[in-house]
Design a protein around this ligand. Structure first.
Ligand SMILES: *[C@@H]1O[C@H](CO)[C@@H](O)[C@H](O)[C@H]1NC(C)=O
Ligand SMILES: *[C@@H]1O[C@H](CO)[C@@H](O)[C@H](O)[C@H]1NC(C)=O
Ligand SMILES: *[C@@H]1O[C@H](CO)[C@@H](O)[C@H](O)[C@H]1NC(C)=O
Ligand SMILES: *[C@@H]1O[C@H](CO)[C@@H](O)[C@H](O)[C@H]1NC(C)=O
Ligand SMILES: *[C@@H]1O[C@H](CO)[C@@H](O)[C@H](O)[C@H]1NC(C)=O
Ligand SMILES: CC(=O)N[C@H]1CO[C@H](CO)[C@@H](O)[C@@H]1O
Length: 317
């Protein structure tokens, strides 16, 4: 059985960074670079803060990785860069855009794991297969890891931007932006069936051409983000800790609790459980003002209150 728990766990760190970006009015897209299970760099969309349209999450992370290689006396200039990224995997919440996909080929990245497709600016499968064709080294691109969660953050961003949009209901908020979720990733646009099976496993073979089921960490078992994110690992990433050094008023624990309640769980059958109460961006500031306490059951610890039943069927929150 192919256990994708580590892929989900890594992606949940990128998702947390995207959530942090949302809290600071940036487009909620973020990524981490992982080498041998170690997070060597992080990035989130800084186009607003830096007023630089090319400061996509991937570029932030690549710059950090180059500094990391240099600090560790690894050669990070010219041709050698291609070797340095040979064991590095990018986890990014949204499929890299055409510009980023091209840069990733040039640095010789090992592979990309992404959440949702980039419908407008997709560089891999959605619009152009940049990851497979063109100059540089081709890499494999595996999507659908925390896909609906990545979309939920983007939708929260758009409703926040749209002041004429109605305030969404917290309960049974089926479609945050007034839309249903787009169909699952069209995997054949990214990888062939053999490569698909080598990553996702034989048990997930039907998902290659499935429109309505999400990838889950274990086949035929549901999950929720609260169960996936590893708080210890999150806290061990210095770049994430640094985000809190500048803002003493916000705490990582509080953000983690809000974060864990922002997403619908995925059931055993791979479909979204819309019955769970979730928080949306309109609730975040209220929560920061301690007005959300009644909305959240304060079981200990409250960001872990989402649990699978023993048969892995329904997710109880
Ligand atoms: C950019 O940042 C400003 C100031 O934080 C914020 O008011 C605005 O909504 C942000 N816009 C976008 C598109 O990120
Ligand atoms: C970053 O944010 C800008 C401005 O909102 C947007 O145009 C761009 O597509 C975003 N980049 C990614 C990778 O989402
Ligand atoms: C914007 O970002 C790009 C890529 O990271 C960088 O090469 C460029 O110098 C930046 N431009 C400005 C005006 O800072
Ligand atoms: C990548 O991993 C292989 C196998 O473990 C190792 O031989 C190689 O030196 C690694 N490359 C880099 C750049 O770390
Ligand atoms: C803003 O919300 C309104 C009401 O839901 C909707 O009709 C409109 O299309 C939205 N605008 C944008 C730019 O999404
Ligand atoms: C998610 C996804 O794969 N979306 C699109 C991929 O590209 C094809 C062809 O352009 C579209 O039909 C899909 O909707």
């Amino acid at each position: 059985m192919t256990d994708l728990t580590i892929e989900f766990s890594n992606m949940s760190l990128a998702l947390f960074l995207a959530f942090k970006a949302l809290l600071s009015n940036e487009t909620p897209v973020a990524c981490i670079l992982v080498e041998d299970d170690k997070v060597i760099a992080v990035g989130y969309n800084g186009t607003n803060k830096t007023l630089n349209g090319t400061r996509h999450a991937e570029f932030e992370a690549i710059d950090q990785a180059l500094r990391y290689f240099a600090a560790n006396k690894r050669h990070a200039a010219g041709e050698d860069v291609v070797k340095e990224f040979a064991n590095v995997t990018l986890y990014v919440t949204v499929e890299p855009c055409i510009m980023c996909a091209s840069a990733l080929r040039q640095i010789g990245l090992k592979k990309v794991v992404f959440g949702c497709a980039n419908e407008r600016f997709g560089g891999n499968g959605t619009i152009l297969k940049i990851h497979q064709d063109g100059p540089g080294q081709p890499y494999n691109s595996f999507g659908g890891i925390l896909r609906t969660e990545s979309i939920q953050l983007l939708r929260n961003f758009y409703i926040q931007e749209n002041t004429s949009a109605p305030v969404p209901k917290i309960k049974k908020n089926k479609d945050i932006e007034g839309k249903v979720f787009p169909p699952a990733i069209h995997y054949e646009n990214y990888v062939n069936n053999d490569i698909f099976l080598s990553f996702y496993g034989e048990e997930r073979a039907p998902l290659f051409a499935e429109e309505n089921r999400e990838i889950t960490p274990l086949p035929n078992q549901g999950y929720c983000v609260a169960d996936i994110i590893d708080e210890e690992k999150l806290r061990s990433v210095p770049q994430i800790q640094e985000l809190y050094n500048d803002e003493p008023s916000s705490s990582l624990s509080d953000d983690l609790t809000t974060f864990a309640n922002t997403f619908y769980p995925i059931g055993k059958d791979g479909t979204i459980d819309y019955d769970k109460e979730i928080l949306t961006v309109q609730d975040f500031s209220k929560r920061q003002n301690n007005e959300m306490i009644s909305k959240l059951d304060v079981d200990e610890p409250d960001h872990k209150k989402c649990k699978l039943t023993s048969d892995g069927q329904a997710v109880q929150c």
